[in-house]
Write a protein that binds this ligand. Sequence first.
Ligand code: SF4
Length: 419
Amino acid sequence: MNERDSETLAGVCERLGLSPCEDPADAEVAVLNTCAVREKPQEKVYSRLGELRKLGGKRGGPIIVVTGCVAQIDADQLRRRGADIVVGPRCYDMLQAALEERMLGVAFIEDRDRPMVEGLPAARDSELKAFVNIIYGCDNFCAYCIVPYARGQEQSRLPEDILAEVREVVAGGARDVTLLGQNVNSYGHDLPEPIDFAELMRRVDAVEGLDRLRFTTSHPKDMTQELIDTMAALPSACEHLHLPIQAGSDAVLEAMGRGYSYAHFRSLIDAARAAIPGLSVTTDVMVGFPGETEGDFEATLRAFEEIRFDQAFMFKYNDRPGTRAAKMEPKVPEEEKQRRLLELVALQNEVAREINVAAEGEVFEVLVEEADPKSEGKVRGRTRQNKLMIFPGPEALIGKMATVRAVKGYLWGWVGERV
Ligand code: SF4
């Protein structure tokens, strides 16, 4: 979602006549788009802010704009540490006016309850792949998570606005579209004419010229058989499901306020795999949630052994001030969290490699994205399962679909050959 926001911020800057420059010392404006979901990226904002301030010298340095979730939850501190303009994630339509008025003084714009505005420009990173927001904010308040405090309540976009954006990106050459939301399964509940996510998928699938449709993120407590059946039925819906497990222990899931048990999560994966042949399943997980015992952690290991995810984003829990979990005890010591993380990563890496090795010899459709930066004469792209494939081929293939046999499997994907 931050990547998609950055495209909007770049679009607003372009509209003002600004263009990217190589060296921050030459910049008139520096925009730091920030993430508050973990501690480290938030700390980095302040060190980057300090570096940008030092560029000041006699010329005064760039106008420093801080956007994103840290801007929403930490505006006062950002002001004290030298940000000129602070814009929360719901207020990007006001960035242009704030920059234009910069000469008049410092601007702080954060209002997480403000309705999102349609029609902002976007300078998109890729022509082939596009992210399209469908719902902003989150109403779930999982115990560890800062997102609802930073991005506010859920607000669905109107289906016609979403469809117009999908048509626009497809007309511009996008072949792979990802529908974005903190919880896409909540889509539509707040709209005047009720529509659910499965129905939205059907309407997006009907857009002419769209080859691949994906979505992220889906919350297990709201995932339905209807959505699984819809994925299975729609030609453009990719064989890839990202479903965050977060923990394998029911006690920890309960303390997190996630609203599902491990058995329920497992039944969703089983149902999806049964309905969608060749499905890849990826997840998010954290270790060391307050009160997580060795037994709880072992339940997570067992879950990973049983489910065998294709890929996982694995993190150590850390406190986000203001959340319920920040006040929960006992905290798991840092070195223990580190040990658990390394153990889980080792297991997951082994599983991912085994899955890819087992698929050697299979043939995949690959959307070729670019020349392989590491080897001459090769190109690379993604399968519908969102796995990386590198294979010998001319650059003329970029932007096209290729049929490729997986020759050798690695942790990250395959080296293949054209069929
Ligand atoms: S569903 Fe939970 S983890 Fe995801 S953004 Fe909402 S509060 Fe955070």
